[in-house]
Ligand binder design. Structure first.
Ligand SMILES: Nc1ncnc2c1ncn2[C@@H]1O[C@H](COP(=O)(O)OP(=O)(O)OP(=O)(O)O)[C@@H](O)[C@H]1O
Ligand SMILES: [Mg+2]
Length: 232
């Protein structure tokens, strides 16, 4: 199997690092505005919100780039509580969803489920897929996150009511640097790294990841992992 970490392409990475300039420029612009000090309280709070959101976006981008650049490291804690991780990441991404009036519904049918994956790797998977479900959704769209168990495996289904992926491109979604023709046309920002990273981690931990989509209707990712143990 291809070694993801050692196989990145420098010129693509250059483009990605170039994309980091967008949130940085935005943060600097709003700090400049705040320094002028001539805005009412409502606008000032809005500027702070934008600075916070752009900083969070920057952090997510940097985390993906770090994952691609670093070799495999050793982690102490190889078990994570899936229920807690899902809750945590939905909470973190809720401000981004609110900005687009997107509603996230979580339906977890089991008590605490544990899987044998380091937390920071599970974090890469969930952040990237949920962030996509927000970014490539429509205004006032919905996201449904379902967690269920079957035959000693846990399934996480993340479905959005968004722009979808063209049928002839669906086989490419896990390729590094892939960006759909539709999202490029709509000028949604992205580096094309998130799903390649998620796919890489899922495979490393004996999981599976599948995607189905219909243009302009929905996209659904189903991730599954062997259950380490669970609370009945
Ligand atoms: N839920 C989705 N709905 C529609 N298109 C999607 C969805 N998720 C991914 N895509 C398409 O697949 C492409 C690859 O996704 P991926 O997450 O790997 O990269 P990205 O979002 O462009 O950038 P980033 O590296 O910041 O995540 C996206 O650019 C988009 O075109
Ligand atoms: Mg993405």
């Amino acid at each position: 199997m291809e070694n993801f970490n050692n196989n990145y392409n420098n010129s693509n990475l250059k483009d990605i690092v170039h994309d980091l300039k967008t949130p940085i420029t935005s943060i600097m612009g709003f700090i400049e505005l705040l320094k002028q000090g001539s805005y009412d309280k409502k606008s000032t709070l809005e500027f702070y919100d934008i600075i916070l959101e752009e900083s969070q976006k920057l952090l997510r981008m940097v985390n993906n780039i770090l994952y691609v650049c670093k070799g495999d490291s050793k982690y102490n804690n190889n078990i994570c509580n899936l229920n807690i991780q899902i809750d945590k990441h939905v909470k973190e991404l809720t401000p981004l969803a609110r900005k687009r009036n997107i509603d996230i519904k979580i339906n977890i049918r089991s008590k605490n489920i544990y899987v044998s994956i380091p937390e920071d790797k599970m974090s890469r998977i969930l952040t990237n897929i949920i962030e996509n479900a927000i970014k490539y959704n429509k205004e006032y769209g919905k996201i449904f996150i379902d967690v269920y168990e079957e035959n000693e495996k846990v399934f996480v289904k993340i479905r959005d009511t968004g722009i979808g992926i063209p049928e002839n491109e669906i086989g490419e979604v896990f390729n590094k640097y892939y960006r759909s023709s539709i999202s490029k046309k709509l000028s949604v920002e992205g580096a094309g790294l998130g799903l390649a990273i998620a796919n890489d981690i899922v495979r490393e931990y004996n999981g599976s990841i599948n995607v189905t989509s219909a243009l302009n209707q929905y996209t659904e990712f189903i991730i599954s992992f062997p259950i380490s143990h669970m609370e009945k």
